[in-house]
Design a protein around this ligand. Sequence first.
Ligand code: SF4
Ligand code: SF4
Length: 456
Amino acid sequence: MREGSLDAPVRHPLNWNDPDFYDWDKIHEEMERVFDICHGCRRCFNLCDSFPRLFDLIDEAPSMELDTVDKADYKHVVDACTLCDMCFMVSCPYVPPHEFDVDFPHLMLRYRAAEIYHGKKEGLAGELSKTDRNGKLGTAIPGLANWASDTKNSLTRPVMESLAGIDRNAALPKYASKTFEAKARDEAPAINPEAPAHGRKAVLYATCFANYNATSIGMSAHRVLAHNGVATEVVYPQCCGMPQMEQGEIGKVAEGAKAIAAELLPWVDEGNDVIALTPSCALMMKFEWPLILPDDENIARLARATYDITEYVVDIAGKEGLAEGLGPLDGNVALHIACHARAQNMGNKAREMLKLVPEAEIKQLPRCSGHGGSWGVKKGNFETALKVGKPVARDVYKNAPTYVASECPLAGMHILQGMERIDAQTSEDERKPVPDIFYHPIELFAQAYGLKPQSA
Ligand code: SF4
Ligand code: SF4
């Protein structure tokens, strides 16, 4: 159930095949309608930078109403949106089925899709969104790729900033020397025949980040599930398309969704569940793809078979019970609740899962990290992303937990960068330790089982 309302939100299919979807007059008309509702409400003033930009535009307009805001300035509001979905899922009382019918994030997405439709070039953000191409290259030459992308590299990062628009201070994911798919093949864990859930089978949809970057997320999931009797296969046809979605490339997302469904559905037909390792990918598979391809029964079937990894472990715990062997962690956990986990409308599964660890001490961080995928590393956005994420980073820094965890790897990296920034501004006698790594909750769960793999 949605926070703050008795009704579950309803999302309309994205009408991206209709030419009206890209009609600027119609888009501006709908923006004016929605923005006017937001102007009268202002509940989302501190969620991100989009709403402050909108309210500033209105407050500084001659009439202090939308009628005197230049429509060309609407773009500033769109450009600040990370598509985190928090306004839709958490704040807004006017989402459908309410008659006001407000879906702010999908309106931002429609604007971006129209920019692409009318010929906007992909630019650098488009290069960043090619996660499979980048991942294949990065894992082939990880030493060189990680050297070049290091924020301390004063040779390459200024060049990347001027040529590609990536802020020189934004941390970028490191590449593994071996993909999760390859590691899973070489180090397949034994299935525990004594586990109560023995007999379940699932495919782990590797997701680009776990496949090319943080393979320990995948290996942790693989081991935890095997210990719980679940036979898993690791499958990775291609990226889920969230990075393309951020750019407004809805057609490309649709193509990818069909290809992934074609590869995963035979596994579903054989009785496998499908498990996504990061919440953005699960959100795409469960919610966004069915809105992009509402008449595609394959997409609908895949959505019904898909779980987030934390959701799946909690499901096992609730139905069959977990295998024995969980011990306490050697410290407390600051757990960031990823926006795209909240947007799945499934409850706080990461917290529920970690609460299964004996003596678990968890402090939740419900606010947005500010990162927003490839949005947050772009020059012009990075400082805003740090500003939006400052409350979370400050909270973690102040409490100095043993572990910083987030289901969203990019959010985790961004929180650590925010902590470093706060640390640099803190007087010597008040400084706290800043961890150099963050954890996906499944990695901590594997650790509590004594199954922790080597980091990626
Ligand atoms: S989706 Fe997120 S970033 Fe976009 S307007 Fe809503 S709260 Fe702000
Ligand atoms: S998105 Fe909804 S809750 Fe947020 S400011 Fe607009 S009308 Fe208010």
